[in-house]
Design a protein around this ligand. Structure first.
Ligand code: NAD
Ligand code: SF4
Length: 442
């Protein structure tokens, strides 16, 4: 049975309450951290663990913590990014709803490690009921002496604030989130300076994802080496995957990093296979911001190679360079899915969500939306297909924040792997525009 770091107790009745969470060993990490460890020792354990940012970028968490500037007399902040909005991603939502005290406990040990006395959880505004769950959990933890002044007699003070988000996808980008938290429009800032140097109110700030922070109690309790012994290579520990699409068992799964993609799709322990009578066509493994992988890059690879659920193994060899496990939003598509329609849906989303600050993203997402719309509606031409690749290339790497890349990669990869499907839409407009029409191969 695989080790569960985050979900071991998720099915215990009442685990969302302080009393049950405590009975199951909860808040032991706070006791250990505050009574037996220094902040530097906690940072060291997180570094040793090798845990990487679970929001999508996969940046080493311990390294990010060690970048935090510490100027004399200036407050430092920890901000939890709970603005989960990536299409296909719902694992932070699940964690906060089912086991809110795990995040609160993680916020306490992480804030202590970073020297923050006021920390924030910025929650997607649409999730009002989750905000209420977190506020109740915070009140319970405070009443039990785990938050507020002089926690457990350690002389460490921490105030934890839950802030509803502004309702825009871009507010999940860390600097846009900080702008929004400061009460301004959520426009991303230029980096550098990184938030670790100038973040909230221009003070040093660490912004970490919900799942990243929720790993810290286990790391404090068991040590960074124990965490690093799980997983494969630089993909250590476990990862929450939100699985959706044409699979038999959609849901949120905590997987050991390093299992094969094939196992994840077909094993009964995880997705339980593609729905009866259908077969896998493609996968988007890390939310809408990553390239699409056709089934032939996942199943029956040459030389018995296996594609793994890791940060390193999911690239499609295209011009995208990010970590393709992304946010862990795993979408499986069977042969009834139209790649052109799907690509247009994503393009429309990014066009709508672009904040408009930089022209490659503002104009490029609009172009891709428009061109894909006409191809999908049987009004495109062959030149349009190359035009889309050209626009995607011009966006990539030329924008203030990663939304530009996120918009470009799905389009470029869809054309790279499914060009014949785009061409079919152009060559057979009447057929392609019939309701439910899907290209089934030449
Ligand atoms: P990034 O690679 O720019 O940054 C990663 C983190 O490392 C940031 O916190 C950044 O401040 C820090 N960092 C990098 N270099 C640093 C340095 N030299 N000094 C100090 N800090 C440094 O990526 P990002 O903008 O954090 O995230 C992009 C990812 O977010 C995408 O890959 C996408 O998968 C994901 N995403 C997730 C969601 C979601 O809902 N979970 C939504 C949209 C996008
Ligand atoms: Fe705004 Fe897009 Fe530029 Fe990001 S890349 S700052 S979303 S215009």
């Amino acid at each position: 049975m695989a080790v569960k770091i985050l979900t071991e107790h998720i099915n215990v009745p009442g685990i969302n309450t302080f009393d049950v969470y405590r009975k199951m060993g909860g808040y032991a990490a706070v006791e250990k951290a505050l009574k037996k460890m220094t902040p530097e020792e906690i940072v060291e354990e997180v570094k040793k663990s090798g845990v990487r940012g679970r929001g999508g970028a996969g940046f080493p968490m311990g390294m990010k913590w060690s970048f935090l500037a510490k100027p004399e007399g200036v407050p430092r902040y920890l901000v939890c990014n709970a603005d989960e909005s990536e299409p296909g991603t719902f694992k932070d939502h699940f964690l906060m709803r089912e086991i809110p005290h795990l995040l609160i406990e993680g916020m306490i040990v992480s804030s202590f490690a970073l020297g923050a006395n006021k920390s924030f959880i910025y929650v997607r505004g649409e999730l009002m009921y989750v905000i209420q769950i977190l506020e109740k959990a915070i009140a319970e933890a405070k009443a039990a002496g785990f938050l507020g002044k002089n926690i457990l007699g350690s002389s460490y003070d921490l105030e934890l604030v839950v802030q509803p988000g502004g309702g825009a996808y871009i507010c999940g980008e860390e600097t846009a989130l900080l702008e929004s938290l400061e009460g301004k429009r959520g426009n991303p800032r230029n980096k550098p300076p990184f938030p670790a140097v100038k973040g909230l109110y221009q003070s040093p700030t660490v912004v970490n994802n919900v799942e990243s922070i929720a790993n810290t109690p286990w790391i404090v309790n068991n040590g960074g080496d124990a965490y690093a012994s799980l997983g494969v290579g630089r993909s250590t520990g476990t990862k929450l995957i939100s699985a959706s699409g044409h699979i038999n068992k959609p849901g949120v799964y905590e997987i050991p990093l390093g299992i094969t993609v094939e196992d994840f799709i077909y094993a009964d322990e995880w997705c339980g296979g593609i729905r009866p009578g259908h077969h896998l066509k493609a996968v988007i493994a890390g939310g809408s911001s990553v390239p699409i992988l056709p089934a032939n890059l996942i199943l029956n690879l040459a030389n018995g190679d296996k594609r793994l659920m890791t940060y390193e193994s999911l690239s499609d060899g295209g011009f995208a360079t990010g970590t393709m496990l992304g946010s862990g939003g795993f979408i499986a598509m069977d042969e009834t899915s139209c790649v052109v329609r799907n690509t247009w849906t994503f393009a429309r989303f990014y066009h709508h969500e672009s904040c408009g600050q930089c022209s490659p993203c503002r104009e490029g997402t609009g172009w891709m939306d428009k061109v894909l719309e006409r191809i999908e509606h049987g009004k495109g031409n062959m030149h349009d297909i190359d035009l889309l690749v050209d626009v995607a290339k011009k966006i990539e790497g030329n924008t203030i924040c990663p939304l530009g890349d996120a918009a470009a990669w799905p389009v470029a990869s869809a054309i790279r792997h499914f060009r014949d499907e785009f061409e079919w839409h152009v060559k057979h407009p009447q057929e392609a525009t019939q309701p439910g029409a899907v290209y089934r191969g030449a």
